[in-house]
Design a protein around this ligand. Structure first.
Ligand SMILES: Nc1ncnc2c1ncn2[C@@H]1O[C@H](COP(=O)(O)OP(=O)(O)O)[C@@H](O)[C@H]1O
Ligand SMILES: [Mg+2]
Length: 401
């Protein structure tokens, strides 16, 4: 598969990894390309292990080390890893005798991992999907970052939205001699999305509106189109969204469903009104949905699903009865149309003066996309079809209190 973009990130990573010992954190949503980015790094010894939702104790470290080719003359302490690494037990010294105290044994195991990494260096240990880290690996990583050998780097990848135990805890353990770098991986931009689509599909198809540049969604959608299937919700994404929805408290779930039924990102009050719950409860539900990464603040004060395909997946998961209820509240809002937010008033005031979206964006220090959303929301709320009609409307709009 071709690799698109990410020149800056590759350069950043290569630079950081060249100066061991360093700890690198890579954050990004599911399918954004964290794993792929690391596999694009060439000429470097890397050992990969992943955390899994089952949270197997020491799972990622065992996965990574079983791939190792240890040199001869290892420190005898590495023999303590024999039971964990039967695949390469023959390359390790004899296992030391069992100890009576479990904590002492645990310390010996941690030291064995450290000693093996030291012997393998120069090397980069990659622990992927740390949002699923098990308690034992978490503590082992805490130990490793404190005494990372001089030729060993540690890279951790994680989804910010799924993280319960902040990786900040690991950084807190870092002694000053060990550098750290953080990389937030964003989706591909419009041009890169088009480039990847061009590699995957014969004709020019615009996959941006549905995927918002998330590579895994681009790939899945392209596969569906190539197979002649309609561009529906990719099954993997549907399952992920469903699992996340099921794990939400009911009020938060209802806020997400309300957001999915609305065509545009909406204010918390509007979401709560469509969800049919009191505003304070709605605020709490919204906070939870944001924390779990199902909703995001698309423009200041307006919340929606992270990407159109996720919105489609949530919509498909809503039962017909709930859908009817939500639709009814959208069609008969409790808040009268025509009430604009202060920002929307500002935007349409400038639009009425004849400014373009770009000019409005510059004068209000917003992005053109944000202005576009405000204009669209104002048109909808005022029941207008063209921004030219703002001229007559702007002076009569009501300010929200
Ligand atoms: N920059 C990119 N160019 C092309 N394909 C990519 C790119 N980034 C990711 N992909 C593809 O998208 C899919 C998901 O990427 P992956 O690295 O597994 O995401 P993550 O690890 O963030 O969940 C993979 O099939 C990968 O090959
Ligand atoms: Mg990955």
């Amino acid at each position: 598969m071709p690799f698109v973009g990410r020149e800056r990130e590759l350069c950043q990573l290569t630079g950081a990894l060249a100066r061991p010992p360093v700890v690198i954190l890579i954050e990004g949503e599911a399918g954004v390309g964290k794993t792929r980015l690391l596999h694009e790094l060439t000429g470097r010894s890397m050992l990969f292990g992943s955390c899994h939702p089952m949270r197997f104790p020491y799972g990622p470290v065992v996965e990574a080390l079983r791939e190792a080719c240890p040199p001869k003359d290892l420190n005898p302490i590495t023999g303590a890893l024999r039971p964990l690494l039967p695949e390469c037990a023959h390359l390790l010294p004899p296992a030391p005798p069992a100890l009576q105290n479990a904590q002492v044994e645990r310390h010996r195991l941690f030291r064995a991992v450290l000693s093996l990494l030291d012997a393998l260096g120069p090397i980069t240990l990659v622990v992927e999907d740390v949002h699923w880290v098990d308690q034992d690996t978490r503590e082992l990583l805490g130990f490793l970052v404190r005494c990372l050998p001089p030729t060993v780097n540690l890279v951790l990848t994680y989804r910010g939205e799924d993280l319960r135990h902040p990786v900040a805890e690991l950084l807190a353990h870092l002694p000053p001699r060990i550098d750290h770098a953080e990389l937030a991986l964003a989706p591909l931009d419009v041009e890169q999305t088009a480039l990847l689509a061009k590699h995957l599909l014969p004709g020019a198809v615009d996959l941006w509106p549905l995927t918002c540049g998330v590579p895994s969604a681009i790939e899945e959608l392209a596969r569906m189109l190539a197979d002649g299937r309609p561009p529906g919700t990719p099954p993997a994404l549907r399952d992920t969204v469903q699992l996340k929805l099921d794990a939400l408290p009911p009020v938060a779930r209802r806020m997400v469903q309300a957001a999915a039924m609305l065509d545009e990102p909406a204010a918390p009050k509007a979401l709560a009104s469509v969800a049919g719950i009191p505003p304070e409860q709605g605020e709490r539900g919204l906070a939870e949905a944001l924390r779990r990464g199902l909703l995001r603040e698309c423009t200041p004060g307006a919340y929606g699903l992270r990407q159109p395909l996720a919105r489609q997946a949530v919509r498909e998961s809503i039962t017909p009865m709930v859908r009817r209820r939500l639709s009814r509240r959208i069609d008969a809002p409790t808040e009268p149309l025509g009430i604009l937010s202060p920002r929307e008033e500002q935007v349409i005031g400038l639009a009425a003066d004849g400014l373009t979206n770009k000019e409005i964006a510059e004068s209000l220090f917003l992005s053109p996309r944000t202005v576009e959303v405000h204009v669209a929301n104002a048109l909808r709320k005022l029941g207008l079809t063209s921004r030219r009609q703002f001229q007559r409307t702007a002076p009569h709009t009501t300010r929200r209190t």
